[in-house]
Design a protein around this ligand. Structure first.
Ligand code: UD1
Length: 353
């Protein structure tokens, strides 16, 4: 297949391009190489022969050219992370909402299958249970609770602290920060686009992606990369809240394999199908910090009790549907993946995707 990958020079992008080309696909990359993400790094690490169109995804003419004869588009180009403050709101919306809109408009004529990088954060706090009230979808955490060190959400009916569960794809979207709002809006735009064009689209809701090539020392670096930078300098990783917040860290090669599966198995025409993409292993951030510190011989992590506005407590979903429908399952265990991340070594049982 001929596949356009927007954001193909980024962290998830380069892994995806490697996976798609290794599977025999003909890939074109469109990437702006924006300085706040790529710094002054030399050329991106793309397989030989893969053309790179250096353009912003909002550049309609460049996108139209890059789309020529494409059977599918993998739309990864986006500004990621929680944001460094509300001053970023217009840049998030311009980059993510407008970027997706320009891409979809350009793609309307030939209506290729679109695989969209969505995120687990579209669910907000996701699924919880109250001992008395059963399944609960809690509102944002109260400032007073956070200040008092009560980090787990409470039942809106009785105030009991809730027990987290795994979110399924049919849970309501309830984005809790600007970035999450743009990702959810991207899915809505895709839904409108597929209805109008009769094309198919897949939204992959990624968990926390880590692995080689992760952005370092930028406001958009994920927590595993931040912990690695601290530990490499002999400093203790700084763990926010009480360290009990749960995430599912999924290796970038597994994410690339999920993208490939979605590209190769378009679901029904005229609609968007969503899939959670996680490793299936839930860890606390405190555990991840301890493991990274241990691997690098750094001091024990410090639990700071600080919190970030707009952060959700637990982000964990079931990826069972991706296994059933796309035939995809994560293959890299967290221990192997973290050892590779901090040591730059090959992990055991590399999947070669
Ligand atoms: C991450 C991704 C986001 C993706 C989402 C999917 C990044 C920057 N963000 O968001 O693009 O859509 O996963 O689930 O990759 N923390 C610390 N200490 C630190 C930094 C963070 O304890 O120094 C904690 C945070 O409070 C949070 C957790 O680590 O509880 C994860 O933070 P982060 O890596 O920024 O990711 P998410 O916000 O989950």
């Amino acid at each position: 297949m001929r596949i356009l990958v927007t954001g193909g020079a980024g962290f998830i992008g380069t892994a995806t391009v490697r996976t798609l080309t290794a599977a025999g696909h003909d890939v074109v990359v469109l990437d702006s190489l924006r300085a706040d993400v790529h710094g002054d790094r030399a050329a991106p690490d793309l397989p030989a022969g893969v053309p790179l169109v250096r353009a912003d995804v909002r550049d309609a003419a460049a996108v139209r050219d890059a789309l020529a004869d494409a059977d599918a588009v993998v739309h990864l180009a986006a500004k990621v992370g929680l944001g460094v403050g509300i001053d970023d709101i217009d840049d998030y919306v311009a980059s993510n909402d407008l970027g997706t809109a320009v891409l979809l408009r350009a793609a309307a004529e030939q209506a290729p299958h679109v695989v969209y990088a969505s995120s687990m954060v579209v669910y907000g706090e996701g699924a919880y249970r109250c001992a008395e009230h059963g399944g609960v979808h809690p509102p944002p955490r109260a400032e007073a609770d956070l200040a008092a060190g009560v980090f787990d959400p409470r039942c809106p009916a009785c105030g009991r602290v809730l027990v987290p569960g795994l979110v399924a794809e049919d849970a309501p979207l309830d984005p809790r920060n600007v970035y999450a709002a743009t990702k959810a809006h991207g899915e809505r735009l895709l839904a409108a686009w597929t209805r109008a064009t009769g094309a198919s689209a897949t939204a992959l809701r990624f968990h926390n992606v880590y692995g080689p090539g992760m952005p370092r020392d930028t406001p958009y670096a994920g927590v595993a990369s931040i912990f690695r930078s601290e530990a490499e300098h002999g400093r203790a990783p700084r763990v926010f809240e009480d360290g009990g917040q749960r995430r599912d860290l999924v290796h970038v090669d597994d994410v690339a394999a999920a993208v490939r599966a979605a590209v190769e198995r378009p679901q029904g025409a005229g609609r968007v199908e969503a899939f959670n993409v996680g490793s299936g292993t839930v860890s606390t951030i405190g555990e991840v910090a301890r493991r990274v510190a241990e691997l690098l011989g750094a001091p024990e992590p410090v639990v700071t009790g600080e919190w970030r506005a707009g952060d959700v407590r637990h982000v964990t979903a079931s990826s069972e549907r991706a296994g059933r429908v796309l035939g995809w399952r994560a293959a890299v265990g967290l221990d192997d993946g973290l050892a590779e991340l901090v040591g730059g070594t090959d992990r055991v049982g590399r999947t070669g995707t």
